[in-house]
Ligand binder design. Structure first.
Ligand code: ATP
Ligand code: MG
Length: 464
């Protein structure tokens, strides 16, 4: 069975509240309390504390968190480090990469597909940038260290983010950190931790029962001649902080064991359903296509052998299909540009028109008013910017009935709208260029979204 990690994110917008100390030591205590449990840690900070703490001397590492964000499978990046904790090496180039992280769900997807088992602890930077947002979105348990009122006030933004994303506030827990036991107050809130907890609960925030004291010994663990950072478990075992970490870890382990479905598992299930939905929508669009050209009646299937260049659909979804380049061009030439000539494919006029058409989107709409039945024609850029609007009378025959040459524009409208010769402004026939090698790719979800957006822009344009 595939493994799905349980994610713990340590986050706070405030700097120096003890996030990294908490994240790194928590990983060590988790492993110490349950040796069979795989524990992995990585950090979005560029302090390389994780590396200094977990790197084994002489160990060759490959890849970093930046590679993980750029789709290298997570499992390939985890290195077994000191104290049996796995770690993904830190990166100094995350700032450059931020722009390419599209939305808050990127990390959740990567973690769901990472095949990293057990628990993953994520240390974050002291802000709510896109990486922290991703780490919070993916978290089964988010831990927010607070050391004073300003850091408590700052929690508001994390809670607001959870509300905004529709996430469950229950997965957020505060923990008073760097608590100076020497400070005492008069009245019901006798010390820092009691005061912070009271304020937190008053604002509706959950708190862990435990807290982490400020200890000079703990503070000294990252200042030593060999440049290492030592864990509390091995180098400060006699301090109060050791007992507090052990208690916090027990609480987190029980939460972990009580979790039957991690967010990574649920996210993976959701991804699969989404994939299924996209595939079904794609096949539904594909099977709804007309098998014959509306203009010339020849079979059009979108096969590579054909010269398919345009996709069309009536915006209400009633008719859709492909045009071969030649067919749609002869319509443009005869009925729109009114050129009564037979242009060869190498003619410069033809080439200019073809290049322009490949960069354009066209709409056709039958409108009946005081002037009788007409066709409103519009040309837009591929970005939906309006370029041209014209109206043409809708006549069945060109050049008088005796000549009996049926108008292509009339054929187009009657094949798509039938008897509907006066449709509302949000109903139109859209013609959009496609990749000649792969016309049907326009119907794939990620591309078709562009068509949907374009239709919305066109409707907005006609309403303006
Ligand atoms: N329990 C503690 N007692 C005393 N000092 C501590 C304790 N926890 C952390 N510190 C010290 O406080 C400082 C800040 O801790 P840490 O780096 O863990 O905070 P941080 O929130 O990760 O900071 P940043 O926002 O810069 O990433 C460090 O010097 C650390 O050694
Ligand atoms: Mg830190």
């Amino acid at each position: 069975m595939q493994s799905y990690p349980y994610i713990i994110t340590v986050s706070s917008e405030k700097g120096g509240v003890g996030k990294t100390t908490l994240a790194t030591n928590l990983a060590i205590y988790l492993k110490a309390l349950d040796d069979d449990l795989p524990v992995t840690i990585f950090s979005f900070d560029n302090h390389f504390t994780v590396d200094r703490m977990f790197e084994i001397k002489g160990q060759r590492t490959t890849g970093t968190v930046a590679d993980f964000l750029m789709e290298t499978p997570g499992r390939d990046l985890v290195h077994t480090g000191q104290y049996g904790v796995g770690y993904i090496p830190s990166s100094a180039s995350l700032t450059d990469l931020k722009g390419s992280i599209k939305g808050p769900m990127v990390l959740a997807r990567l973690l769901a597909l990472s095949r990293i088992p057990g628990i993953i602890v994520i240390d974050t930077r002291p802000d709510l940038d896109i990486l922290t947002q991703n780490a919070l979105f993916a978290a089964d348990r988010a831990i927010i260290p607070v050391k004073d009122m300003p850091s408590l006030e700052n929690c508001r933004n994390i809670f607001a983010l959870f509300d905004q994303r529709g996430l469950d506030r229950k997965s957020l827990s505060l923990i008073p950190c760097l608590v100076d036991e020497r400070i005492k107050f008069d009245g019901p809130f006798a010390d820092q931790k009691t005061l912070l907890k009271a304020y937190a609960l008053n604002r509706g925030y959950r708190c862990f029962d435990t807290y982490i004291s400020k200890s000079p010994k703990v503070e000294s663990l990252n200042t030593n001649p060999d440049g290492k950072i030592y864990p509390i478990l091995t180098h400060a075992k006699w301090t109060e902080v050791h007992g507090q970490f052990a208690q916090l870890t027990q609480t987190i382990l029980s939460e972990y064991r009580a979790t039957t479905e991690t967010r990574a598992l649920l996210f993976h299930q959701w991804l699969r359903t989404e994939e299924e939905r996209k595939k079904e929508a794609y096949f539904a669009r594909l099977s709804g296509l007309k098998s014959q050209c509306l203009l010339c009646g020849r079979p059009v299937s979108g096969d590579e052998s054909e010269q398919v260049s345009f996709y069309f659909e009536v915006s209400d979804g009633s008719v859709a299909g492909f045009f071969e380049e030649e067919c749609f061009f002869s319509l443009l030439i005869s009925s729109i540009y009114n050129l009564d000539i037979d242009l060869s494919e190498s003619d410069p006029t033809y080439l200019i028109m073809r290049d322009a058409a490949r960069e354009s989107v066209f709409t056709f709409r039958p409108v009946t008013n005081g002037n009788g039945a007409t066709v409103e024609f519009n040309r837009f850029g591929l970005d939906g910017v309006h370029q041209l609007r014209k109206s043409y009378p809708l006549r069945e025959f060109n050049g008088g009935i005796l000549q009996k040459e049926r108008s292509r524009l009339f054929t187009l409208i009657s094949e798509t709208f039938g008897e509907r010769l006066n449709v509302s402004a949000d109903t139109f026939l859209l013609v959009h260029p496609v990749l000649r090698e792969k016309p049907e790719s326009i119907l794939r979800e990620e591309n078709y979204r562009g068509i949907t957006r374009l239709k919305q822009r066109i409707v907005q344009h006609s309403a303006a």
